[in-house]
Design a protein around this ligand. Structure first.
Ligand code: FUB
Length: 444
């Protein structure tokens, strides 16, 4: 992220050992992971810098195969996708059915002024998404949809704050049968809360429904404020629910938290948010991830927020084309849609860097190619190992190309890049923005 304050920039640069938060180029919130074709797609909200309430205008998508290097897919859905909505692009979830991706989101209905649940639909996990209905799927001024498709094909949409509601979705995923149901919130089901007659249990918002080894789980943001994460289980997708306990205590410098739970490549992962980036807080949040193990009886352990995040799953192959916006950590850069498709990195100034974690060079790389552009006079990409000031294994020069979206390929030789290493692209040059960066690849 490009921070206006030198203190913030220095703090971000100093957090390089961390893998949490997952994204540093922008503030992200309300994570909703989805595993598809061996890849994790992470759907998030987007907090605005400097906002003093939940000023949220679009949603974002990131993806990864290794839990540490995350590719930025930009914003395939925003308030403008929904002609009937005017504000509050809040916490949603995406599911796949019959080859289509359905993204359920809470948004403010401009006609009623109340919160409603809209549905975006796309043929691709990264969009673009369009409004599936042209109107709300359901509206009762409550928020935070979660969607789950049971083994028998019945899909459930839950949402709520302060109550918990559900409908049984039809197979088309954009209509429902049986009316709107109110889930019974009991202390036995969701843990007791005292001193709040409207909210007699710890359930607050952000339900996340899934099934694992025959047991149904409802994970949720609990109590307020600040929130912690709680969990309940039941014998069916409609309960009855039995309170399990706390999954993540109140931590971090955000007064909300929001759960997303998946299994990927044999491990279980918990996505949440906090205010850990420089300038972070309740309205400038960032998504993080932890790996965890269920108890033998299916219980969820208490997890703490960490800076380390989840361990890397496997390694990254530098000998196939990698997008420049696939990032484990960065300092100073941003992303934008690219004229060649996908996204590119911009706002590259002298001293900025991108870290790519766990790059498997094997017996050694001999060359490096990068796709770059510059409306200025360019600069250099230093290829360093271990840290932004680590061993220099190559330097690629970038010249002016006559435009910020006028792309050329540049090449340089590489010496001494062997084994598995954290790779740092360190950018150097004169003043101002130097160049932009679309993709890269090493040669053997
Ligand atoms: O991001 C806006 C709201 O804050 C979400 O809808 C809630 O879950 C809370 O995270």
């Amino acid at each position: 992220m490009k921070f206006s304050s030198p203190l913030f920039a220095a703090t971000l640069a100093g957090m390089v050992a961390a893998d949490n938060p997952i994204v540093q180029t922008i503030y992200t919130a309300d994570p909703a992971p989805l595993v598809h074709n061996g890849r994790i797609y992470l759907y998030t909200g987007h907090d605005e810098p400097g906002a003093t309430t939940f000023v949220m205008k679009d949603w974002r998508v990131f993806s990864s195969v290794d839990m540490v290097n995350w590719q930025d897919h930009g914003s395939p859905m925003s308030l403008s996708t929904f002609s009937w909505a005017d504000a509050q692009a809040w916490a949603g979830q995406t599911v796949l059915r019959n080859g289509k991706f359905y993204w359920y989101v809470p948004i403010r209905n401009r006609q009623t002024g109340g919160m409603a649940i809209g549905v975006g639909v796309s043929d691709s996990p990264t969009g673009p998404f369009k409004d599936a209905l042209g109107k709300p799927l359901v509206e009762n001024n409550e928020i935070d949809p979660t969607v789950f498709i049971d083994d028998d094909g019945q899909a459930y949409l839950y949402w709520g704050n302060p109550k918990l509601w559900y409908v049984k979705l039809n197979a088309d995923m954009v209509s429902y049968s049986g009316g709107v149901n109110s889930a019974t919130l009991t202390a036995a089901g969701f843990g007791p809360r005292s001193g709040n007659a409207q909210r007699p249990t710890t359930f607050e918002e952000g339900p996340w429904l899934y099934k694992r080894t025959g047991k149904y789980y409802m994970v949720f943001a609990a109590s307020c404020c600040s929130e912690h994460i709680g969990w309940s289980t039941g014998p069916s997708a409609t309960g009855p629910w039995t309170y399990g306990g706390v999954m993540m205590p109140t931590q971090g410098s955000s007064f909300t938290n929001h759960p997303g739970v998946i299994d990927y490549q044999g491990s279980s992962y918990f996505f949440y948010h906090n205010g850990a980036l420089p300038g972070g807080g309740g309205y400038q949040r960032s998504v993080c991830v932890e790996r965890f193990t269920y108890g033998s009886n299916g219980s969820i352990p208490v997890l703490n927020m960490s800076k380390d995040g989840a361990p890397q799953v496997g390694t990254l192959n530098p000998y196939v084309r990698q997008e420049a916006e696939t990032i484990a950590w960065e300092s100073g850069v941003q992303t934008e849609p690219c004229s060649e498709g996908g996204m590119n990195v911009l706002s590259i100034n002298n001293g900025d860097y991108i870290k790519v974690k766990g790059v498997a060079f094997g017996t050694g790389a001999k060359s490096f190619s990068a796709r770059v552009s510059s409306a200025a006079s360019g600069g250099k990409i230093e290829l360093r190992l271990g840290s932004a000031s680590g061993t220099l294994v190559g330097t690629c020069s970038v010249s002016g190309t006559g435009g910020w979206q006028t792309w050329v390929s540049v090449n340089c030789t590489v010496t001494g890049a062997t084994g598995t290493q954290d790779l740092f692209f360190r950018f150097t040059g004169g003043g101002g923005e130097l160049f932009r960066f679309n993709w890269w690849q090493f040669g053997q």
